[in-house]
Design a protein around this ligand. Structure first.
Ligand code: G1P
Length: 299
């Protein structure tokens, strides 16, 4: 059975929720502490053993490509200034993985973005990590993509991550109806893209991490647009599920929708609190603010 060595990261969205910032900066390049969102997503894939990463980018995404490329002038300056710590960090980033960039010429939906990765993925299994979702695993635990890859390697069946959401949030996500096989591991019975809470009893949402066998590409090739006139990945997953089965797993990690303002701020706070240089100061500030909120003196 072939192991999962390739990943597709769709990063072609317009980032309208972050305007005006995203007028000139792609949303995946917005900073969490000191690195862009896309860095954390690529890092998760690399730590899961992925070697080739296909970035599906739209217009104005040169900044993402440049971020993973060599910057001769900057590296030369850092070397001359003896700033080896920063230089090491930059060198590590550009040697993290083979980053292959494919331009999605039209924004036809997530399914279409994933299909754009076909020339690189071919007949191999692959992971999909949505470019604005960040997950932060806990020390010593495999990250979300690694958990999915392990499951795929064991079962040979495509596997997706799921998380429980509140009823009011059901219509924001793809939703899976599942039956539990063992703790944290499920068989998918049905899938819906952004249903009304009245249309399903399930509260299991898709947080944007998937591992597929290559058959999903054959299904995507003939997929028709649906919700919002877009080619929805969830529709093709439904076909894959009926044909070959689909597994789902819960995961141990914090997860943030960094393409959303609140999620973005939360990711900055959580990562800040995990950063040894920042944690003491940030913790103190948060405690001061919480005290003010509690006693009603916060503006
Ligand atoms: C996409 C997917 C959806 C998934 C979500 C995760 O929706 O279509 O199934 O649950 O990402 O964030 P989007 O948020 O791009 O509308």
């Amino acid at each position: 059975m072939s192991r999962v060595k390739k990943a597709i990261i769709p990063a072609a969205g317009l980032g309208t929720r972050f305007l005006p910032a995203t007028k000139t900066v792609p949303k995946e390049m917005l900073t969490i502490v000191d690195a862009p969102i896309i860095f954390y997503v690529v890092e998760e894939a690399v730590k899961a053993g992925i070697e080739d990463i296909v970035l599906i980018a739209g217009r104005g995404k040169h900044a993402i490509e440049d971020f993973f490329d060599t910057s001769y002038e900057l590296e030369d300056r850092l070397a001359k200034d003896g700033k080896s710590h920063l230089l090491d960090r930059l060198t590590k980033i550009r040697s993290m993985a083979n980053i292959i960039s494919i331009r999605q010429k039209q924004a036809l939906g997530l399914g279409h973005a994933v299909l754009s990765g076909l020339p690189i993925v071919g007949k191999d299994p692959f992971a999909v990590l949505l470019g604005d979702e960040i997950t932060m695993g806990f020390h010593g635990e495999p990250n979300v993509t690694a958990q999915l890859v392990n499951s795929f390697n064991e079962t040979g069946t495509s596997t997706i991550a799921i998380m429980e959401v509140a009823e009011k949030d059901v219509s924001k996500y793809g939703i899976a109806e599942v039956s539990e096989q063992k703790p944290g591991f499920f068989k998918v019975n049905a899938l819906m893209e952004k249903p009304k809470p009245t249309e399903t009893k399930s509260r299991w949402a898709l947080p944007g991490r998937y591992v597929f066998d290559s058959e999903i590409m054959d299904i995507l090739k003939v997929a028709k647009p649906s919700l919002g006139g877009e080619i929805q990945l969830t529709d093709s997953m439904k076909v894959l599920c009926d044909k070959k089965g689909l597994n789902a797993m819960t995961f141990k990690a914090s997860r943030f929708d960094a393409g959303d303002k609140l999620g973005y701020l939360q990711a900055n706070i959580e990562l800040g609190l995990r950063n040894p240089d920042l944690q003491a100061g940030l913790r103190e500030y948060i405690l001061q603010v919480s005290e003010k909120i509690k006693n009603g003196s916060f503006v």
